[in-house]
Structures are given as structure tokens and as C-alpha cells.
Write a protein that binds this ligand. Sequence first.
Ligand SMILES: Nc1ncnc2c1ncn2[C@@H]1O[C@H](COP(=O)(O)OP(=O)(O)OP(=O)(O)O)[C@@H](O)[C@H]1O
Length: 262
Amino acid sequence: MTTVPSPNASSSAGPVALSIRDMVVTYDEFNALDHVSLDVAEGESFGIVGESGSGKSTLLRAVAGLAKFGQGSLEVNGQSYSGSGRNKEFYRTVQMVFQDPYGSLHPRQTVDRLLLEPLVIHGFTDVDARISRALDEVGLGAGFRFRYSHQLSGGQRQRIAIARALILEPKILLLDEPTSALDASIQAEILNLLEDARRARNLTFVMVSHDLGVISHMCERLTVMKTGKVVETVAAQALEKREFSADYTRQLLVASEGFRRG
Ligand SMILES: Nc1ncnc2c1ncn2[C@@H]1O[C@H](COP(=O)(O)OP(=O)(O)OP(=O)(O)O)[C@@H](O)[C@H]1O
């Protein structure tokens, strides 16, 4: 197993869960991802920040196989993947949670069906017990099993989306702004729920957010992106101590603090 030493904040410690080298995603001759490289360690919580359009979602989508990368390489849990091909094991062990759970939850399916579907696809048989456990883990009781997504609040819908991701016992969660559509108190509940799940299951997180406060609360390290490129990768504590090198990181931090004060 590949292990990356940790000489400083820009490299991860321990076995590598996710390794991206020189990744390029091109749309209409424009590089939305421009030679991006980074490593994320097993069990690490890793953040991606940057202004709108900097390529954060494209990076997650390229890892997930939802956007094709034309150049570069991707290794997940020791296995190499091409720009577009993914196998069934990948789709079990790597799960993505989106900002808007409406998009990922079929409106004509009950919670029960929504949780059953991935279990059936991946050949699990003890489905009843797994559905009950998944609902418990996200703080929803059996009473929610036969509700449709329009009968749930935004926070409850996001809990179901997380349950649907966790039910397959993944190793990596790709989280694309998972709480930015929620109000502050629900946001905190969902972040706590995610953090509890990560610790209990030794999950690896790669979390995109425009909110540096969320990322520094949740993540051990983070990559700052601008115009499709990595500006720098720093330890989350470095933000508080102002131990980063790029002016752009300082601008992002100042903008985010100004926004919070405002
Ligand atoms: N399917 C697509 N076709 C063409 N261009 C795209 C596509 N998806 C993304 N882009 C472009 O790629 C760039 C990066 O987009 P991306 O969604 O990754 O940014 P982001 O950092 O996640 O932004 P935000 O914080 O606003 O969600 C943007 O200029 C966007 O317009």
C-alpha cells in the first residue's frame, strides 16, 4: 500500500485513499481543471475551497466519474481509474452527497425505496436491518420509511441522502456543499452527523465548500483552488494562525470573515 510521509502540511500522513496527478478536465477548450494533483490519506477529512467557478465541483465530479478527465491519473484505494471508466466496487465504496438533495432523491420514491435501491444494485440481502440502521444513524426513525421526499424538510432530505450514501458502507464520501442549502442550526446538526459517521467508520472525506468556516471546522487539511488550479494545500489550523503563503488564500479568508461580520 502506498504511504505518504507527512513532512509538512501539504502532504498527507498514512496510507493514501485518493491520489490525483496532473488531472485536466476540458470544456469547449477551456480547462475547468488545469493539472491538479493532490493526495488524501485514509480517514482524513480534506477540504476544497475557492471562489465560484474555480473548479471545486468539477474536481469532485471528475473523481466520481461524472466528468471525464482527458489527462492525468486517478488512484482510489490503490486502484487506478481512467478518465471515464469506473467499476461496481468504485460505485459502492465512493459515494457523493450533493448540495441539493432534491436532485439525488427521486420524488416518486418513498424513503424505503430510496434506501432499498442501492442495496439491491449491490447485492445486499439483509436489507430491512440495513435500512433501519441507516435511518437510526442519521437520526430518523422508522416512521420516515414511507414518506416521499416532498414530505420531508430540507434537513431531513439531506439526512436521507447521507443515509443512502452510508448504507453501502463506503470508504470515501465526496461532499459537494452538503449543508449550504440549510439554515445555520440544521447545518451544524448535519455537520456533526457527518463527523460522527466519519469517526465511527474511519471514512475519508473530500468536502467542497465556499465557507472557510465550515471547512476549517470539519477538515484537517485543505486545498485552495483558483481558475482550475491548486493555489496551495495547507493544514486547516494554518488558516487561524495565518500560516499560508498565497495572497489569494488571504483574500479568500478576509472575504469570508468580512461576510461573517456583515
Ligand atoms: N458541464 C459543463 N460544461 C461547460 N462548462 C462547465 C461545465 N461544468 C462546469 N463548467 C465550467 O467550469 C468552471 C468550473 O466550474 P465548477 O462548477 O467546478 O466551479 P465551482 O468552483 O464548483 O463553482 P461554485 O462554487 O460556483 O459551485 C466554471 O467556469 C464552469 O462554468
